[in-house]
Write a protein that binds this ligand. Structure first.
Ligand SMILES: NC(=O)c1ccc[n+]([C@@H]2O[C@H](COP(=O)([O-])OP(=O)(O)OC[C@H]3O[C@@H](n4cnc5c(N)ncnc54)[C@H](OP(=O)(O)O)[C@@H]3O)[C@@H](O)[C@H]2O)c1
Length: 118
């Protein structure tokens, strides 16, 4: 899909490949249109460091959700928790049982909303 950029938008060009591009739209539509996430929900994001997943998590945090992500390395888990504001995160490669990992990290979910971005 080709789209001409509006020269009046005074933002770095790279934003159009991420948050203002298809990744941002995908994350927005998945979280708000499909899952209808709202304040107080618990949101789990797989592939959370990916181009869509990191935005899903950040949108969810901005909306007042409790956000848990999983990723494939300790560095990525640290990034999710320390830079991107996820409430919790785990390395799925260090878990032997994904169901129990999810139960541990998302246990108290009253209104769970599962976002898979893999
Ligand atoms: N980007 C878009 O504009 C867009 C639009 C529509 C749909 N989508 C779809 O959304 C999904 C994610 O796209 P993306 O652009 O965010 O991808 P991405 O930036 O490439 O991220 C995908 C992540 O998936 C994880 N992964 C890879 N193999 C895995 C495995 N076996 N088990 C668990 N995790 C694994 C990797 O993270 P770890 O190293 O942490 O495992 C990787 O960083 C894809 O299915 C894509 O087709 C994307």
């Amino acid at each position: 899909m080709l789209r001409k950029l509006d020269p009046e938008i005074d933002l770095p060009l790279s934003y159009h490949a991420g948050v203002l591009g298809i990744s941002g739209l995908t994350a927005y539509a998945g979280l708000f249109e499909i899952c209808k996430a709202k304040k107080g929900d618990k949101v789990f994001v797989s592939a959370a460091c990916g181009s869509v997943g990191n935005l899903v998590g950040q949108y969810a945090k901005l909306s007042g959700c409790y956000v848990v992500g999983c990723a494939g390395s300790r560095d990525k888990v640290a990034l999710l928790k320390e830079k991107l504001g996820f409430d919790d995160a785990f390395n799925y490669k260090e878990e032997t049982d994904l169901n129990s990992a999810l139960a541990r990290h998302c246990a108290a979910a009253e209104h769970p909303c599962l976002i898979r971005t893999l």
